[in-house]
Design a binder for this molecule. Structure first.
Ligand SMILES: C[S@@+](CC[C@H](N)C(=O)[O-])C[C@H]1O[C@@H](n2cnc3c(N)ncnc32)[C@H](O)[C@@H]1O
Length: 289
């Protein structure tokens, strides 16, 4: 599939409601079997599945990884989370995992998609420990300085800064590595930063046919409101600069601390596409004490 001219860069800021333009949030919901999507989302998601049939498996691998990393953060004593690009609420939302293990745990979700935000608002009504912020993560001040973050999160204590399935939507022009560093520098020592992206490197080596399908799938997203940006392995590792990488380092998602649950087909070619890693802040990276 040819990729003629890439779509223009998306301006920074929260998105208003638009059911005509397919978007990443609702397409992801569709892959996961959710009902919060429209005809335009389903049509484009089906096109993505036609070129890369394992697309829904990729979504499930990422969602399973989210659950595992939240549990690992909690094993490490973390009870407050900032979930960047949280998506439409679905099975296994972060606040549900957190409140089962830490009834006073705090969660601030952030998404710029109005469908994700309105459904999360409904779900979280009356919940004093979790909220959602309608903001663009490429504008970190609007997230880190928001009344929601200030009310619920204590940045002087370790936090779980979740960047799961989000940095793949941040174009190089918006400096994803620098953005990670900005969020990192707000975190207290002991904080954990799980990040997952899509990478072409391993799939190209292990499964050239799936690599070709992946690149076609990326082109399909040219017709969505956000595009997918595939990252190199070494480039992704550099996102963890200034942090200590937890074992097993940067690996494909199913190999990052698998816990034996059968939420996806672990033999699927999708296994080679998603990469994940978790960084730990060992000291202040911004020069403050
Ligand atoms: C694939 S979903 C991931 C959801 C969830 N983090 C997970 O891993 O299951 C990506 C979400 O990121 C949101 N998103 C993409 N770019 C964003 C941005 N610049 N600011 C805020 N949200 C963004 C999309 O609206 C979508 O809901």
């Amino acid at each position: 599939m040819n990729r003629p001219t890439p779509p223009p860069l998306q301006p920074i800021g929260p998105r208003s409601y638009d059911e005509q333009t397919p978007n990443a949030s609702r397409m992801y919901d569709y892959y996961l079997g959710g009902a919060l999507n429209f005809a335009a989302d389903r049509e484009l998601a089906e096109r993505a599945k036609t070129v890369l049939p394992v697309t829904p498996v990729l979504a499930r691998l990422n969602r399973s990884w989210l659950r595992r990393v939240v549990n690992v953060c909690m094993d490490e004593g973390i009870d407050q989370f900032l979930d960047l690009g949280s998506g439409i609420p679905t099975v296994g939302n972060v606040h549900e995992i957190v409140e089962r293990r830490a009834p006073d745990g705090r969660v601030v979700y952030v998404d710029y998609d109005s469908t994700a935000v309105s459904h999360a608002q409904k779900l979280l009504r009356g919940n004093k420990n979790a909220t959602i912020l309608h903001a663009d993560i490429r504008d970190p001040d609007s997230v880190l300085g928001s009344p929601e973050a200030e009310a619920l999160l204590d940045f002087s204590r370790p936090i779980g800064m979740l960047m799961v399935g989000i940095m793949l939507y941040v174009a190089d022009e918006y400096d994803p590595r620098g953005l990670v560093a900005t969020y990192r520098d707000r975190c207290a020592p002991g904080s954990l930063l799980p990040i997952s992206v899509i990478s072409a490197d391993l799939v190209q080596h292990h499964d050239p046919e799936t690599h070709r399908q992946l690149m076609d799938m990326v082109s399909v997203y040219d017709d969505a409101s956000e595009q997918i940006h595939v990252r190199g392995y070494d480039e992704f590792v550099s996102y963890f600069d200034g942090m200590q990488l937890l074992e097993p380092g940067v690996v494909i998602l199913p190999e990052w601390r698998p816990d034996g649950t059968a939420e996806y087909d672990s033999a699927s070619p999708a296994r080679w596409i998603g990469l994940g890693g978790m960084g730990r802040i060992t000291g202040r990276t911004d020069g403050t004490a």
